[in-house]
Design a binder for this molecule. Sequence first.
Ligand code: MG
Length: 174
Amino acid sequence: MVKASSELEQAALDLLLERDVTIEEIAELVYDLQTPYLPNLTMENCIDNVHAVLRKREIQNAILTGIELDILAEKKLLSSPLQEIIENDEGLFGIDEILALAIVNVYGSIGLTNFGYLDKLKPKVINRLDTHKDDNEVNTFLDDIVGAIAAAAASRIAHANPTESSKKPTNPLG
Ligand code: MG
């Protein structure tokens, strides 16, 4: 278990775990995004990069804000019409994606591309959050937050490996 470097980071980590999202699951998305470019990438490296992303204050702020809104919507504590919009995860709301961009923007345009890709395909944990079985569960912000953290960590890896990352991926559809 990696130790958080601040109370805010610990709060963000705790909230993710409380909402049933593990660092390993986010790291899996990072691994899938980056192995076509970096075949020697390890899960350990991906986990380290997810933690590095979570050490950034603007990212912690986005996590705290988004998850709090999900929780308030679950408890039906928001005012109408925002309560219904977030509770029903209305497609035209768009603020969940905008909030997630605050995470992605920290690492520039590669992050944006990766985020769009994850948002469209909704692989693994993102799909689970998006299609949760319990009707009372609200993950309107969380699915985008998780995708954004993964996209940001993948960009961080790409920036650290500029030569490999500008090559064509070994499996472009992987
Ligand atoms: Mg969403």
